[in-house]
Design a protein around this ligand. Structure first.
Ligand SMILES: Cc1cc2nc3c(=O)[nH]c(=O)nc-3n(C[C@H](O)[C@H](O)[C@H](O)COP(=O)(O)O)c2cc1C
Length: 195
């Protein structure tokens, strides 16, 4: 794995990564928050069902502490510095009440749009699967027969890594990737060397 581009792509992709150090003094303005969800809004989805719902709390909101309590201890440790915590919720049924098999895929697309818009605003996102799923349904009143909590995320300005707990400081860097020749194949399916 490495951090080199195999082929040149828009630098927007290489500039996106998921830091854990956020600047707690940066408040995140409503105007920017609206733009994040506006970008997500225009994502493609199966039959244009738009199965995504974004829930969010801004630091200082009534809900912020509740949102923080829904993260696992590992994530709580660093995410508390970020000015915005959100949850992505997928609607698993289409308007006729049938299963929407592509709901999670579509939520992922909307999440990436939000993330890229964040980078355009000089902000960063960090997705989190480490959350207390059952409590999310209860505390945020999400009907669990029809909706699925996909993950949580934070948004904010990057802060200095030196303020992170010691164990996280060394992890605070851009990640590597498998090569394009390990994730894309012309023709039939092949297992990756690493599988
Ligand atoms: C759905 C999802 C769940 C994730 N869960 C966590 C998490 O609970 N805690 C964490 O620190 N990072 C989490 N991450 C961040 C990933 O580890 C990170 O995106 C991955 O290592 C690639 O690094 P990059 O985003 O910096 O390129 C998650 C990312 C996604 C998309």
């Amino acid at each position: 794995m490495n951090r080199q581009e195999d082929y040149e792509v828009s630098e927007r992709f290489m500039k996106r990564w998921s830091p854990r150090s956020f600047d707690s003094s940066y408040p995140l303005y409503d105007e920017d928050i609206h733009k994040l969800f506006e970008a997500a809004r225009w994502s493609p989805s199966s039959f244009n069902h738009q199965p995504w719902t974004f829930l969010y709390a801004h630091k200082g909101d009534d809900y912020y502490e509740t949102y923080l309590s829904l993260l696992n201890d590992f994530n709580k440790e660093w995410a508390a510095e970020a000015p915005l915590i959100g949850f992505i919720v997928a609607h698993l049924k289409d308007p006729k009440g049938n299963e929407n098999r592509h709901a999670l895929f579509d939520c992922g697309a909307a999440w990436m749009a939000l993330t890229m818009q964040a980078r355009d605003l000089g902000l960063y996102t960090h997705g989190m699967g480490g959350i207390h799923y059952e409590s999310c349904y209860e505390k945020l009143e999400i009907p669990n027969d029809e909706y699925q909590v996909v993950c949580a995320f934070v948004v904010g300005k990057k802060g200095p890594a030196k303020e992170l707990p010691d164990d996280l400081k060394k992890e605070e860097k851009m990640n590597e990737r498998l090569g394009t020749d390990e994730i894309s194949f012309n023709g039939k399916f092949k297992r990756r060397k690493t599988d």
